[in-house]
Design a protein around this ligand. Sequence first.
Ligand SMILES: C[S@@+](CC[C@H](N)C(=O)[O-])C[C@H]1O[C@@H](n2cnc3c(N)ncnc32)[C@H](O)[C@@H]1O
Length: 373
Amino acid sequence: MIEDGLRIVGSAQTNRAMEAELVRIVKKALGRRPAAPRRDGTGQLVYPWDAAIAAAALTYHRTSTRVVRDLYASTARRLEPLYDELVADAAGDARDWPDGVASLSVEVRRMDAFAAGERQVVGTVKNALVDGLARRGRRLRVDPERPDALVVARTDDRGRVLVGLDLTRGTRTRRGWRHEAGAAPLREHVAAVLAIEARYDPRRDLVVDPMCGAGTIAIEAALLARGAPVAAGAAAPALWPDARPVVIAGDRDLDVLVAARHNAARAGAAVVFHRGELGALDRDRLWAMAADAGAVPERGLVLCNPPWGERLELADARLLYGALGDWWRSLGDFRAAFLVANPAFEEAFGARWAMKKPLSSGPLRGYLYVYEP
Ligand SMILES: C[S@@+](CC[C@H](N)C(=O)[O-])C[C@H]1O[C@@H](n2cnc3c(N)ncnc32)[C@H](O)[C@@H]1O
């Protein structure tokens, strides 16, 4: 059957962050509030189709990985009925989605419950769309390499097969500015989730990441504050061009810090860098750095993804997380959010979290911890 949804896709457990960010963007860009979405699992939001909201999300939404227009839904469990339904839907579809589209490619996501292999589903969806649209007099080619449109098929939490246009044309966690990464860089959209979950308010908060690696968190926070377009170098104007966020990033490793500096320059993100041990970034120094940047923040916020790897010995991990806890307490009234995948963290950090939830970034299957002073 014909469907018309705007699907915002991200990582598991990020629905709340994605929804909050979309509200912020749509209010600013369009002067209204989006309707309440349907939550499909923990990492997908579905809104009624709205071209203006889709365009704003495509340009500015940092916490998602894809923006999709759902076109057809089927309850078929086998290939033949799926083909029949999709042909009929595509043939009877009065919308203008294939305009300007001469070629397409099909990708399948999360279709484990379907009684056929991935390639068979891809072939069936391709054939059904090409055949269905041909009945409307539209000729479409299949071009897996350089398609005009990427079609994505997935099952939703109700077990239906959803076929839609992937407006982002694949995941856009890579923004185009991170040419140099440290040993364990965070995915860019997850860094944005961290900032939103910590309720980063660029008008009031100084942000500090004392273990910044490639600078991902600091750069995403600075870009989020200005409402910069997600794609580096995109022509769209920033939503808050006058925002002057104060974002400070430190690391003890000179090589990664140089890489982070280059990344920030490519991203056009105003980040103040500091080389040294985390303890060197004390409260007075942070406030002095903010003053040098011409700002007087009201409060402070730590956003950080400390080392977490299995190679980190347990004793070293305890020491490091303990030092991080001591440093955070020494700052006084800073809020803090950490993404870490090491079970030693919670106890060694030595404070009771205000929020804890699973959050992953590639191989990092970790937790997001938020602390209030
Ligand atoms: C997991 S990485 C951060 C990755 C980063 N979020 C990114 O996306 O690239 C942790 C970083 O902490 C730094 N680090 C470890 N111990 C430190 C300390 N005591 N003081 C400052 N930096 C430290 C390491 O050099 C490393 O770059």
